[in-house]
Design a protein around this ligand. Structure first.
Ligand code: NAI
Length: 766
């Protein structure tokens, strides 16, 4: 019996419950969100607070107001009867077995006998959760372990109990993967499941080893981060982010439930300094200070020996830079104290992961997935061992007298992943290699590309022929676009029509589709005062190539996820069709670094507003505000409202399905028509824009240089001092963009903004 999920109840409107309700609503399903009743003015105050958090612009859990309207709030005293018509009840209340069991007993009495109940527990086994409840309840019970923040973290661990029915696991797998967009990893009911089992081990190991070796937080965080393909928060930074007290509790709960022989016990206990910090209220970001703090706008870091805060100084380690560029093998080869630290942390973490097979499963893929999707590691533990080389890894462990986990030992002379006969395979516990299987329609380009040979490639991009399409992949750092990236795109749109293909797909599997044009390149142009070179870059390497996308005889589909901003978004804007991920963030943010979009962004924004409103004055004004404010849309729904996407552009909840969907729709996509000349709004609009800028500056809303940048944006989108109705061609608008870009790039204020962004990562307000 397969059920359809039409209405969901979430109980507990805290961090996780509100997040789950938000994502279910984003998927278009109605939700009832209940928490305990409150004494004060509003009986539903707790659920209301959950909704407020969902609407926080800093981390919007909702894709749109419309999604928010799908959530009905209430409390478990007055609204419990409403659960009667729900198909799935997701429990996300406090982590206490007795309280959870009380709730399940009530649910068992109130709900229909086919309702599915799941818990979001991180630590309590299903066996205990369902103890004393009838088997008919246990059969419909599972753990759906989401990660925080629910909308953005891709991992969902789906845990089955001894009695959980197969059809329920299957149905949930599909619902959570396709509708909620999660990377579902089905786990056995073992402590910490997969993500936290390995992830918390890695964090604790990195922390304890730093203390043992006398590394400062600054040093440890410079290494246990990007150089290992781990988020830049580092280990001490992550402790601050999660909360030092909460992290200590998480580690303690694993200590309590893991068997005595588990290697975790070596690192599970809190360090004396941290116990003192918790007692002194130094609990991390939420208490304003932890291992790091901000004091009078300056970042400080705790000196672990003296317990005093000292000024934070960014550490630029050549080893870290090399590893970030060339991979983890650089760390393996390094004999310094830093190489020693990373080896100790990596070797123990990777061995720990290998030691879990076959206990938690027969295959390394779920562990690698859990770390990539739940902890944002770029590579999973087994992929990292492959990068070092299984034999080299084992040899060094043997040399040190370390124990080699049997699953690792079995891989000697081989690897955990390999391509055989054009098929990507992975090792498993009962044999050598078998094809790596994903659900139908799930295609990760990082996996697919291993089976393909590039038609053309350089260090910034490649293009491949795949399933009837030319697939262009950007792969520079943050996918910043330079001449090389654009040349590959140009080559694909030029060559594809000669190759009997259906079209071109621009897609990649990195965290971000593209963070814009490489500002380092722009900096070189102005530092060398090579403005002719800059103009040529904008014209030949950018504008003419995005134009070539539209002029290509075949359809071009762009399938982005993560950030598509600045120049990255200008590529998106020139597609015939867009299929993006539901968490895509898009926008033209160039004004923040003192320039204008110079690759057709101003032009497209103006055309699109004109198409949407039919009124050039409004169109010019909206484009002026959007681009001048560097606005981004945090979901495709909002991007459509802001004329950044067209009504027929699509989005999908699961980014792993973008490529297969793009391949499916490609033969049916119609080419976007050439842009006809448009009548400009002219001088009256331009004057209005300048008035607005001067008033905003007088009121202190914007800075002096914002007026200069805003004036140039206004000049492009209104036509400047021309008569209203003056016709502008697409090329006229391209020319206007380049002219403005060059004017601004010559100003010391814009140059200072670019240098600040490159050197400190911060946007300068001047
Ligand atoms: P939280 O403390 O933010 O929220 C819990 C909510 O449940 C509170 O609003 C509380 O008023 C409500 N509540 C308590 N007893 C209730 C009852 N009997 N009926 C209705 N509501 C009740 O907790 P959080 O962080 O959202 O955790 C919820 C669950 O998710 C826990 O089991 C936790 O272990 C798990 N979890 C938490 C993660 C996190 O990062 N915070 C990650 C993954 C799982």
């Amino acid at each position: 019996m397969t059920k359809e999920i039409r209405k969901v109840a979430v109980i507990g409107a805290g961090t996780m419950g509100a997040g789950i309700a938000g994502q279910v609503a984003n998927a278009g399903v109605n939700v009832l969100l209940l928490d305990l009743p409150s004494e004060g003015a509003s009986v539903n105050a707790l659920a209301e607070r959950g909704m407020d958090r969902l609407r926080d612009p800093a981390s919007p859990g909702l894709m749109s107001d419309e999604a928010g309207n799908r959530i009905e709030i209430g409390n478990t005293r007055d609204d419990f009867h409403k659960l009667a018509d729900c198909d799935w009840v997701a429990e996300a209340i406090v982590e206490r077995l007795d309280i959870k069991q009380d709730l399940y007993r009530r649910l068992n009495e109130t709900c229909r006998d086919d309702v599915i109940v799941t818990s979001n527990t991180s630590t309590i086994p299903i066996r205990l959760l369902t103890e004393g409840l009838p088997k008919s309840f246990a059969e419909r019970f599972a753990i759906t372990h989401f990660f925080n923040p629910v909308r953005f973290m891709r991992l969902l661990e789906l845990v089955r109990g001894e009695h959980t029915r197969d059809d329920i696991i299957k149905m949930f797998d599909t619902f959570c993967e396709q509708r909620l967009g999660k990377g579902v990893v089905i786990c056995a009911d073992t402590p910490g499941f997969l993500g936290n089992r390995v992830g918390v081990f890695a964090i604790q190991c990195a922390l304890h080893t730093a203390f043992d070796m006398g590394l400062s937080p600054t040093e440890a965080d410079a290494l246990f981060s990007r150089p290992m393909g781990i988020p830049k928060t580092g280990v001490f930074g992550l402790y601050d982010l999660i909360g030092i007290d909460l992290m200590a509790d998480v580690a303690q709960s694993l200590v309590n439930i893991l068997p005595a022989h588990d290697a975790f016990h070596k690192y599970g206990n809190p360090l004396p300094l941290m116990t003192k910090m918790i007692a002194d209220g130094q609990k991390g970001n939420k208490s304003g200070q932890g291992f790091y703090r901000e004091k009078e706008g300056e970042r400080q870091v705790l000196d672990l020996e003296s317990g005093e805060y000292v000024d934070f100084e960014r550490l630029d380690l050549p080893l870290a830079a090399r590893a970030e560029r060339d991979g983890v093998v650089e760390l393996f080869n390094d004999n310094s104290r830093y190489g020693d630290y990373t080896w100790r942390v990596l070797s123990q973490t990777l061995c720990y992961a290998a030691s879990l097979i076959p206990e938690i499963g027969e295959d390394p893929v779920p562990i690698d997935d859990a770390m990539k999707l739940g902890y944002n590691w770029i590579h999973g533990p087994f992929e990292l061992i492959d990068q070092i080389g299984v034999d080299r890894f084992i040899d060094r462990l043997e040399l040190e007298g370390s124990e080699i986990p049997p699953f690792l030992q079995k891989a000697r002379g081989s690897s955990f992943y390999a391509v055989e006969n054009n098929i990507l395979k992975n090792r498993w516990d009962h044999g050598s290699l078998r094809p790596l299987l994903r659900a139908d329609g799930v295609l990760r380009f990082s996996e697919v590309r291993q089976t393909l040979k590039a038609q053309n490639e350089n260090s910034s991009a490649s293009w491949f022929e795949y399933e009837g399409a030319a697939v262009v992949e950007f792969h520079s750092k943050a996918n910043a676009l330079d001449g090389d990236s654009m040349r590959i795109l140009n080559d694909a749109v030029t060559q594809a029509p000669n190759k009997n293909l259906n079209g071109v797909i621009v897609h990649n599997d990195a965290q971000h589709f593209s963070c814009g044009v490489n500002l380092g390149g722009v900096r070189s142009f102005f530092e060398n005062e090579d403005y002719a070179g800059l103009d040529q870059f904008l014209d030949r390497d950018f504008q003419q190539i995005v134009l070539a996308m539209r002029e290509c005889a075949l359809p071009v589909v762009v399938a982005p996820s993560g950030l598509s901003i600045g120049g990255g978004f200008e590529v998106v804007l020139h597609a015939d069709h867009v299929i993006c991920h539901s968490n895509s963030v898009m926008g033209l943010v160039e004004s923040l670094v003192g320039v204008v979009p110079g690759g057709g962004g101003c032009k497209e924004n103006l055309y699109r507003w004109y198409e949407k409103t039919g009124d050039m004055e409004k169109a010019a004004w909206n484009a002026f505000m959007n681009i001048g404010m560097g606005r981004t849309a945090t979901s495709p729904v909002l991007a459509k409202q802001q004329a950044m996407l067209r009504q027929n552009d699509e989005f999908l909840m699961n980014r792993d399905r973008l490529l297969s969907s793009a391949l499916t729709v490609l033969p049916n996509i119609k080419k976007a028509p050439a842009r006809a000349p448009i009548p400009l709004a002219g001088k009256p609009s331009f004057d209005k824009m300048q008035d607005w800028l001067n008033t905003a500056k007088d009121k202190g809303m914007i800075m002096a240089h914002d007026v200069t940048v805003g004036t140039e944006i206004g000049r492009i989108v209104s036509g400047g001092d021309c008569e209203p109705g003056t016709l502008a061609s697409e090329q006229d608008l391209f020319n206007a963009e380049r002219k403005a870009f060059l004017i601004l790039a010559k100003t010391p204020e814009t140059q200072a903004r670019i240098v600040s962004m490159l050197d400190t990562g911060k946007s300068l307000r001047n």
